[in-house]
Write a protein that binds this ligand. Structure first.
Ligand code: ZN
Length: 327
């Protein structure tokens, strides 16, 4: 059940449906003078938003693997692990400038315990960025002597969660949506840390994954386009070709039959609806008499930002009913 990644055939069909819908709106516009104005506006909105969602082509199914959304720290989600799951790594952005790994994932003799992430040398104040697009789940401080210090946990659309520890400052708030590469904090030395560094963790449904199994820290890139998580065999990297030769996640993941599938479909729909609402909040429909500067003022942004987001010039003439991105 891929909600966004459609086959070429379905895609063409969807596009023609969209084209038909746009035509229908156009036809409606000719009669618009008799229709209530906000009803007409809403019709245009849904189509623009459908188009924007289509353009984003984000697969939210990874988010839907989790039983719920909350801001509590845990490594156990109380759900059955999918048999296998293709984690899409293509959206990756390296979390910092530095490439220097100071401590790898695994058992640490000196501490007699496991180290569940990769430490990267950063200096206090260095920008730390989100590794993938997703939603900020936790912004918290474990205090001076305990663990992570100031940390951030992000849940990503591909099903991974990442943790960023020992920060000097967090730049995001809980429940905020972020894009891959967006700044989320500043490097630091808080918590149980000797010398400033970033503690970077990757998990899938609470199961730790060694980040160096997915990312090349020297090249600041992914090792392959996909990582096949397996709870029944060995997890491994997949090229795009290998990924295509495997069935979709809905088949790979299936553990408990039809009810499991229905749950996932329901949740995926919910995330899609949330995204639609957040997109709706991020656009502005140009009303009569509005200019770029009045819109910028109303939406708490600047003319320059509006121009950049919408790929227009300050001199561009706005049409009434035109949809502008504001964030
Ligand atoms: Zn660490």
């Amino acid at each position: 059940m891929h909600f966004f990644k459609t086959t070429e055939k379905k895609r063409t069909l969807m596009l023609s449906v969209l084209a038909m819908l746009s035509f229908a709106t156009f036809a409606q516009d000719q009669l618009a003078s008799v229709a209530p104005i906000d009803k007409r506006m809403r019709a245009i909105d849904s189509i623009s938003i459908a188009k924007m969602l289509e353009k984003e082509a984000v697969d939210y199914s990874g988010m839907a693997l989790y039983p719920d959304w909350n801001n509590t720290y845990t490594t156990s989600y109380g759900v059955e692990m999918p048999k296998e799951y293709k984690i899409d790594l293509r959206d990756f952005h390296f979390p910092c400038e530095s490439r220097r790994v100071t401590s790898s994932y695994g058992y640490r003799r000196s501490f007699r315990r496991n180290h569940y992430g990769t430490d990267i040398k950063v200096y206090v104040g260095d920008t730390i960025r989100s590794a993938f697009s997703g939603k900020i789940r936790i912004v918290a401080n474990q205090g001076r002597r305990k663990g992570y210090g100031k940390y951030v946990v992000i849940r990503h659309h591909n099903g991974l969660e990442t943790v960023y520890g020992h920060l000097s400052k967090q730049l995001v708030v809980e429940d905020q949506e972020v894009k891959a590469g967006e700044p989320i904090g500043l490097g630091g030395n808080t918590g149980r840390s000797t010398g400033s560094h970033l503690h970077f963790e990757t998990r899938f449904l609470g199961k730790f994954i060694d980040p160096e199994k997915m990312f090349d820290f020297t090249a600041q890139d992914v090792l392959a386009d996909y990582y096949l998580f397996s709870s029944v065999g060995r997890s491994r990297l997949l090229t795009s070709e290998e990924s295509k030769s495997l069935p979709g996640n809905e088949v790979l993941a299936s553990v408990g039959g039809p009810t499991f599938e229905a749950d996932k479909a329901e949740q995926s729909k919910r995330f899609q609806e949330e995204r639609r609402q957040s997109l709706r909040a991020s656009v502005h429909k140009v009303a009569k008499g509005e200019s770029l500067s009045t819109i910028a003022r109303k939406r708490g942004t600047t003319v320059a930002k509006l121009c950049k987001l919408n790929n227009i010039k300050t001199t561009t003439v706005l049409r009434v009913g035109q949809i502008l991105k504001c964030s």
